[in-house]
Ligand binder design. Structure first.
Ligand SMILES: Cc1cc2nc3c(=O)[nH]c(=O)nc-3n(C[C@H](O)[C@H](O)[C@H](O)COP(=O)(O)OP(=O)(O)OC[C@H]3O[C@@H](n4cnc5c(N)ncnc54)[C@H](O)[C@@H]3O)c2cc1C
Length: 360
């Protein structure tokens, strides 16, 4: 069996690794560098905290567990950063729901919050309620994607640079892809892992997913000596370490004003606001200005849930498109590789079948 995967983000590289592991002839096609898409502009927090319904929560928990299992499998996973996460204020109803669902959550005091992150300014904390989520983590998503790609290549997968223009369709089934340079790559199955741009690689609009492409702002600080060691969700800003002392900042409220015209220059004001929130919370940020601001595009379907597996109407064509794919990548890599070789989604993924978006 010969499979072409479109897109070398967290999803495409994870599927390529597990397909190659199954002995499948795998070709991964990417028009830019691996991780150049949303994978490189993600907050990359591994969690299942605000994910409903239950099946969506459970899928994300499985994603968190798969990343932990990968560490054990490979012996090391330097892209995975544990230590849990802290948040405030956290609604009692949310803590109750998460407890009922068996999710790791501890209500903690203000003092315990400060003890875990002594670089926080006590005056900026407010009254809580505070919570600690021991199993949450964050991922160096591009480092992860690079590692999955290298594993895939070691197992015989091929990485090709190329811009996909359309599917190659023969006798009513997908037979490969057409590239912008006029070339084609033939395959028994094509797996679309192009994320927020999944529809741009398929000309036939009847095969398009209902994608919202929501934008999100991420601000990265210069190296600052805050000592922060985990993800924090606070009323003014969400923050996590980003390596070498840098912090990554994000706030959902800042994202509403973004659209397709937004540029790094046009987000200078919200970026400065996020920096102000960060210095209020973590005084060691001092007078630092944002080192960079990035705008990412979330691959969000019409109902917010993943679109996975075969697309009705075109045998040999499958999609793996989802928000939260950093959390889900390691888990979906294994399950979607099985789906590609078996031709059917496993029962655990039935609520997320791409087929729900298409009338047969
Ligand atoms: C601001 C923000 C915050 C987020 N926070 C989180 C979070 O905390 N936790 C979490 O789990 N998820 C988070 N996400 C979502 C997560 O980042 C995405 O779900 C994930 O990165 C999608 O990965 P992907 O591999 O599907 O897509 P991508 O990383 O976009 O990969 C698709 C690849 O396809 C390639 N491609 C596109 N078109 C073509 C073509 N024509 N030919 C060849 N190649 C092509 C692209 O170059 C790209 O490399 C966040 C997203 C954003 C924007």
């Amino acid at each position: 069996m010969r499979v072409v995967i479109i897109g070398a983000g967290v999803v495409g590289t994870s599927v390529a690794f597990r397909l190659a592991e199954r002995g499948t002839r795998t070709i991964l096609v990417e028009e830019d560098r691996p991780g150049a898409g949303t994978t490189g502009t993600s907050f990359a927090w591994l969690n299942a905290r605000d994910k409903s319904p239950r099946a969506w929560h459970d899928l994300n928990v499985a994603g968190m567990q798969a990343h932990a299992a990968l560490r054990a499998e490979l012996g090391a996973a330097p892209w995975w950063h544990g230590g849990g996460a802290m948040a405030w204020p956290v609604a009692a109803a949310d803590v109750g729901r998460l407890r009922r669902w068996g999710y790791g959550v501890e209500e903690i005091s203000r003092e315990a919050t400060l003890a875990r992150e002594p670089g926080l300014a006590g005056a900026a904390l407010g009254d809580g309620p505070f919570a600690y989520f021991p199993d949450e983590a964050w991922l160096d998503a591009v480092v992860y994607a690079g590692a999955m790609l290298l594993r895939a290549e070691t197992l015989g997968a091929e990485f090709r640079r190329g811009s996909v223009e359309d599917l190659l369709v023969e006798d009513g089934r997908a037979a490969g892809i057409r590239l912008a340079d006029g070339g084609t790559i033939r395959a028994d199955t094509v797996v679309n892992c192009a994320g927020a741009r999944a529809n741009s690689v398929v000309r036939d609009s009847s095969l398009h997913l209902p994608l919202a492409r929501r934008r999100g702002l991420l601000v990265v600080t210069p190296p600052v000596a805050t000592g922060l060691s985990r993800v924090l969700h606070t009323p003014g800003v969400n923050v996590r370490p980003d390596g070498s002392g840098r912090l990554m900042l994000q706030a959902d409220a800042m994202d509403a004003a973004l659209d397709e015209t937004s540029t790094q220059a046009s987000v200078a004001a919200p970026a400065a606001l996020l920096m102000d929130e960060a210095r209020r919370l973590l005084p060691a940020v001092g007078n630092a200005a944002a080192e960079t601001a990035r705008i990412g595009v979330r691959p969000t379907t019409a109902d917010g849930l993943p679109a996975l597996g075969p697309v009705p109407g075109l045998p040999g064509y499958q999609v793996v498109v989802t928000h939260s794919a950093v959390t889900l990548g390691a888990h979906l890599g294994r399950l979607m590789a099985a789906t590609v070789t078996d031709g059917e989604l496993p029962a655990a993924l039935a609520p997320f079948a791409a087929a729900r978006f298409f009338k047969e």
